[in-house]
Design a binder for this molecule. Structure first.
Ligand code: ATP
Ligand code: MG
Length: 357
């Protein structure tokens, strides 16, 4: 069956990096029997400029019909002074909630070839390979009641509610157990069950689910300890599952341990396995239009798309192997450069992956 892929390039470096990822999809379709149909839609600042809306109705309709979305990046200084509903970011938040993308997958991997790259920070951890599964549509960001007001004594006050029902925990838990099973077989659930009732429910449901996955070793960790362990000894982790708020913080922490923002992909999946795939980095307005952005985060997002939506793990492996082989050859964009390697443009890097495939 033909899979429909919608490309939403967005702003800044988004169009440049998506162009290279689309070349990868094209070569897989042409030479490796991948059955896809590609379409493109406006989102973010580009959509504000041409349609006055960061997520125009026809873009949302196209997104609903797609099996998978390849998303570039959105935003930039040009739109920072817009009212909130006309900000590029509100288009992305709306897309996530309209499509019910409740499972956010953030691998933190440092390719061994980059362990000594002089352009990367010194804190990087060679050989790191963690998958963080973050619940994306519930928890304190969405729980009711939420609001602000005034106390009887006349002081300003504000409140948010961390709320999960068991179905929400079951669906993210199942997804995490399945991912852990396909990886190293170890799942660490992160919560704050010593203080929060909602965390105790989270922990109970994870324990109940564990009986259906006897081949996965489940452990629990309080979030404060998890933050410490992630920095102290990050290689102890295989797959981590956690709530929206804790996952927001821990996934950025883990990303920084790799030091290579231009290399990190992500996926956000719905209940049926349809999803949106995008680089972790933003629109990088400081380098947009210069042809120097690293396209590998987006190309690795295509690999995740192949694995999690298109059910072509074989091709996902091929793409990831091609990325490793191109790094082995010494090709580097500016952000991952070191002294002995060859500097490649966005297009040269994409072309090298295409040639390798
Ligand atoms: P956002 O708020 O959209 O997340 P941000 O300001 O937090 O944006 P990015 O847009 O990700 O961050 O950029 C952070 C830094 O990393 C910038 O200096 C940018 O040039 C660099 N950067 C981001 N993506 C890439 C890439 N693909 N290749 C090279 N450098 C990148
Ligand atoms: Mg940011």
């Amino acid at each position: 069956m033909t899979s429909r892929i919608l490309v939403m390039p967005g702003d800044g470096v988004g169009p440049e990096i998506c162009r290279e990822a689309v070349r990868v999809l094209d070569v897989l379709a042409h030479d490796h029997g991948l059955d896809i149909e590609l379409d493109e839609a406006l989102v973010g600042g580009a959509a504000v400029d041409s349609a006055g809306d960061p997520l125009p109705e026809d873009s949302l309709a196209a997104a609903r019909e797609a099996d998978a979305i390849l998303f570039g990046a959105i935003g930039g200084p040009k739109w920072d002074s817009q009212p909130r509903d006309k900000r590029p970011e509100s288009g992305l938040l709306r897309l996530r909630s309209e499509l019910g993308l409740f499972a956010n997958l953030r691998p933190a991997i440092l390719y061994s070839q980059l362990a000594h790259a002089s352009s990367l920070k010194k804190e990087i951890v060679a050989g790191l390979d963690i998958m963080i599964v973050r619940e994306l549509t519930g928890g304190i960001y969405f729980g009711k009641p939420a609001g602000q007001g005034t106390t009887d004594a006349g002081r300003r006050e504000a409140w948010n509610t961390m709320r999960y029902d068991e179905d929400e925990i079951v669906r993210i838990g199942r997804r995490a157990f399945e991912i852990a099973r396909a990886r190293g077989g170890r799942l660490c659930s992160v919560d704050k069950a010593n203080v929060l009732d909602v965390s105790q429910l989270w922990r109970d449901v994870m324990n109940e689910l564990a009986t259906a996955y006897p081949d996965v070793e489940l452990s629990h960790m309080y979030v404060d300890n998890a933050a410490m362990q992630l920095v102290r000894a990050p290689k102890q982790f295989d797959t981590i599952v956690t709530t929206n708020l804790f996952g927001d913080i821990l996934s950025d922490t883990a990303a920084m341990l790799t030091g290579s923002i231009g290399m990190l992909p992500s996926a956000s999946l719905d209940a049926a396995g349809c999803g949106m795939y995008e680089p972790v980095h933003g629109s990088a307005p400081d380098i947009a239009g210069q042809g120097v952005a690293n396209p590998l985060a987006t190309i690795l997002s295509v690999a995740m798309m192949l694995r999690y939506t298109l059910e072509r793990g074989d091709l996902a492996d091929k793409v990831e192997t091609a990325v490793g082989a191109v790094l082995d050859r010494g090709l580097r964009t500016r952000d991952i450069m070191d002294d002995e390697t060859q500097v490649a443009s966005t297009q040269e890097m994409g072309g090298a992956i295409v040639d390798m495939l």
